[in-house]
Write a protein that binds this ligand. Structure first.
Ligand SMILES: [Zn+2]
Length: 259
C-alpha cells in the first residue's frame, strides 16, 4: 500500500502530537479543540487518517447507498472526503496525513465477499480477514516519529475501524493517550463500555471560545458527513457546544484518557 506522503515530505519539523483518525473526520470531531490549542501554543500536530484510501473494484450496495446519502455517488467519494479533511485541518493549522487503507465499508475477503455489507456489521465482530490489516497498521504506526505523543480513539461506539485502530496502536507498545470518539461518545454508557477493565486516568482539556469555535468551523468542513449525525450546520454547532459543556461540567472541555 502506498502512503499519500506529500504532507510528510513538505513538513519541515517533527510532530509533537499525532492524532490517529480512523476516518476522515473523527479526530477533528473529537479533538479539534485541543488541536487548535496546541497549534496556538506552537506545537506541530499531525492528523493521520488511517482509512482514507480510494477503493478499487466493485462497491457493495451498502457502500453505494452511503455514497448517495453523502452526495458523493458521482465522484471518488474518499477523494472528496480527503479534500474536506485538508480544508478542516488547514483551518486548525494541523498537517493532514492520509493513509490509503480502505474504510471497512469497502473491504472484501479474498473470495470477493464484502466483510461489512450493512449498517449492523459496522458495530459487530471484527472480521477474521482484518487480522492482517491490524498487523500492517501496527507496523505502520510503529514507524511514526517517536518524538510525538500518539493520541488514539478509545473506540466509544464500537465501530470496527475505531476498534482496529486502537488495537493496532496498542500492539505497538507505545504510550498512548486516548480520545473519546465523538459523536458516539455522546451516547450514555459508550465511553464506560469502551474503557472496560483497567485503571484509567481522565484528563480534561478546557477549551476557550476561540478553540471551540475553531473546532466547530473545522468540523463544518466535512460537508458530506454532517447529515449523518446532525440536522444541519446549526444543529452540529449546538451539539458540539452542549457536549463540550457536559464534559467540562459547564465549562467547555474535551476529555482524554491514559492508563
Ligand atoms: Zn469514524
Amino acid at each position: 500500500m502506498q502512503l499519500y506522503a506529500s504532507a510528510i515530505n513538505c513538513q519541515d519539523g517533527r510532530p509533537d502530537w499525532i492524532y490517529l483518525s480512523p476516518h476522515l473526520d473523527d479526530a477533528v470531531f473529537s479533538c479539534g479543540g485541543r488541536i487548535a490549542l496546541q497549534v496556538r501554543a506552537g506545537m506541530r500536530v499531525w492528523v493521520v487518517t488511517v482509512c482514507a484510501g480510494s477503493p478499487e473494484g466493485p462497491l457493495s450496495d451498502f457502500a453505494q447507498a452511503l455514497h448517495e446519502y453523502w452526495g458523493l455517488a458521482e465522484t471518488d467519494a474518499p477523494a472528496a472526503r480527503r479534500e474536506e479533511d485538508r480544508a478542516a485541518l488547514a483551518r486548525l493549522g494541523a498537517v493532514a496525513v492520509h493513509w490509503d487503507f480502505w474504510d471497512c465499508i469497502y473491504r472484501r475477503a479474498p473470495d470477493g465477499r464484502f466483510l461489512y455489507p450493512n449498517y449492523d456489521a459496522l458495530w459487530g465482530p471484527i472480521a477474521e480477514e482484518d487480522g492482517a490489516l491490524r498487523e500492517e497498521l501496527a507496523l505502520r504506526m510503529a514507524e511514526l516519529p517517536s518524538s510525538a505523543t500518539l493520541c488514539v480513539p478509545l473506540g466509544a461506539g464500537a465501530h470496527v475501524d475505531h476498534r482496529l485502530v486502537r488495537q493496532a496502536a496498542e500492539a505497538t507498545g507505545r504510550p498512548l493517550v486516548y480520545y473519546e470518539d465523538y459523536p458516539y461518545a455522546g451516547k450514555p454508557g459508550r465511553v464506560e463500555q469502551a474503557l472496560g477493565e483497567g485503571i484509567w486516568r481522565a484528563e480534561e482539556v478546557g477549551l476557550d471560545e476561540v478553540a471551540l469555535e475553531a473546532k466547530i468551523a473545522a468540523a463544518l468542513c466535512y460537508r458530506s458527513q454532517i447529515t449523518s449525525f446532525w440536522a444541519g450546520e446549526a444543529d452540529l454547532a449546538a451539539h458540539f457546544r452542549a457536549y463540550a459543556a457536559a464534559v467540562g461540567g459547564g465549562n467547555p472541555a474535551e476529555r482524554y484518557w491514559r492508563r
